[in-house]
Design a protein around this ligand. Structure first.
Ligand code: GTR
Length: 337
């Protein structure tokens, strides 16, 4: 009887030991699995809830999932990693692995890109997307190679419009004597000059205070940026002229890219493209909601007459030759695309 009890106790002890050992092994395996092989930084200068930042997060989550946690991407937003120009430089040298940037900023480094942001080159959003999703768009993603970058995907940034603080812009003459904020970009500054105003290049994060302090009389951007950065509070006149569509790109550092396996490169490319579809859907909703928020807060919309739009276009036409004189065949092709 006593012997039987001892055997039972031994069996229970062995079983308990076995269970403890199994738990230990599983735990070790799990913690080994979740230690990423790579931790990368991703820069965006927009707010946390902005479509591009959300697109970046979606991209990071997809990559994490599909590499079983071996690649972790930390999305830094709100310009935490510096201005877009600075972010591009850091991506170039591999300090930051990824970024989402405005094409106007990339065009400062790779001037061929200017062709995709010429004023009025696209009839509408659908036209721009035909170009970006076709052979031309693919070719321009590859052009980033010239600056030691890898272009991954295109993000939407809608159409840009002018807005002003004291008086509305209703016609070309209203630009006279005004200082207008421009992105840190030669072509964007020249657009403002061509319309008759004085361009003042201001980094994105400082535009609100430049408007508030009267350093500039106006600026230009899409509805979501105008709303997300609260510019409507200091510049309530929003003129629908759609002078330019500046697409945005997700980029990767070439130094980082070259260090990755083929498997990882493929996953990253796929996830970037999927995140772009996600961003474009968010973009459509945000354009609407931003417009609504701005209007509820007192923004007055100014619609230009067809004749006035024609005059805006005419005023800016010399920029085609100045920035893309060597690419006029491509300009024609894009316009007919
Ligand atoms: C926004 C864009 C930002 C930044 C900004 C600007 O539309 O998403 O990345 O380029 O414009 O005007 O500086």
């Amino acid at each position: 009887m006593k012997k039987k009890r001892i055997i039972t106790i031994i069996i229970i002890c062995v079983l308990l030991l076995g269970i403890l050992l199994a738990i230990f092994v599983i735990k070790r395996k799990r913690s080994a699995e979740t230690v990423p092989e790579y931790v990368f930084l991703y820069a965006d200068n927009q707010t946390e809830d902005y479509p591009t930042t959300q697109g970046g997060r979606y991209f990071a989550d997809l990559v994490y999932e599909r590499t079983d946690g071996r690649i972790k991407i930390l999305v830094k937003y709100g310009g935490e990693m510096g201005s877009e120009g600075e972010a591009i430089e850091q991506v170039r040298y591999g300090g930051i692995a990824f970024a989402r940037v405005s094409l106007s900023q990339l065009a400062e480094k790779i001037p061929d890109m200017n062709v995709l942001l010429l004023p009025y080159i696209y009839d509408d959003s659908a036209h721009m997307w035909r170009v970006l999703e076709g052979d031309i768009g693919d070719e321009f993603l590859k052009k980033t190679d010239a600056y030691d970058l890898v272009g991954l995907s295109w993000y939407d940034a809608g159409a840009r419009n002018f807005y002003s603080s004291e008086a509305p812009i209703t016609c070309l003459e209203d630009f006279e004597g005004k200082s207008i904020r421009a992105q840190e970009s030669a072509i964007m500054s020249d657009m403002v000059s061509a319309l008759g105003a004085t361009p003042v290049e201001v980094v994105y994060s400082e535009v609100y205070s430049a408007l508030e302090l009267g350093i500039v009389d106006g600026a230009e951007n899409n509805w979501p940026s105008y709303e997300a950065m609260k510019h409507y509070k200091v510049a309530p006149y929003y003129t629908i002229d759609e002078h330019v569509r500046v697409p945005e790109m997700q980029i990767c550092s070439k130094a980082v890219w070259d260090s990755l396996s083929e498997e990882y490169k493929e996953i990253i490319s796929e996830c970037a493209k999927e995140s772009a579809v996600y961003e474009r859907n968010l973009w459509k909703e945000r354009e609407e909601s931003s417009k609504k928020i701005a209007m509820e807060n007192g923004t007055r919309i100014i619609e230009l007459t067809a004749e006035e739009k024609r005059r805006f276009r005419e005023a800016m036409k010399d920029l085609y030759e100045k920035y893309c004189g060597n690419q006029m065949d491509l300009v024609e092709k894009i316009m007919k695309y």
